[in-house]
Write a protein of this length. Structure first.
Length: 140
């Protein structure tokens, strides 16, 4: 398995190895002020018992994109971010291959950010849509 890059910004970094991100094979492929994009394999790690992509794996991918996207935008010297709420609609099953999550920030507030995440397959067919609210907390 390829090592995840370390996400850096403003002299702070977050190690993504030895996390759920690594376990599920999630890879961050783009990170900017406007969006975050990650991929995840559809294989035995992310299947439910009937051989389809597990809805929980899709939700984990969606929250990862919202979390990394929020982390990229906060002041890491004084703030942390955590998931506050997430919902998802699973629209299409998938047995194998790769899914891509594209997260765009809908709201950038001082204490919350709201993300819209679309998960698509290799042909850009919509697999899942999700909305995730992230809380921005002051470090203690």
């Amino acid at each position: 398995m390829r090592k995840q890059p370390i996400i850096k910004r403003r002299r702070k970094k977050v190690e993504l190895n030895n996390t759920l991100i690594e376990l599920l094979g999630i890879e961050i492929v783009e990170l900017s002020e406007e969006r975050a994009i990650a991929t995840m394999p559809v294989d035995k790690r992310t299947h439910q018992p009937f051989g389809l992509l597990h809805g929980g794996a899709s939700v984990a991918l969606a929250e990862t994109v919202a979390s990394i996207g929020t982390f990229n935008l906060i002041d890491k010297e004084t703030e942390i971010c955590v998931g506050l709420e997430i919902n998802a609609n699973h629209l299409k099953g998938k047995k194998d291959g790769v899914v891509t999550a594209i997260g765009t920030v809908l709201h950038k507030g001082k204490t919350t950010m709201v993300w819209d995440i679309k998960i698509v397959d290799e042909n850009e067919a919509l697999i899942c849509v999700s909305r995730c609210t992230m809380a921005i907390l002051k470090k203690r």
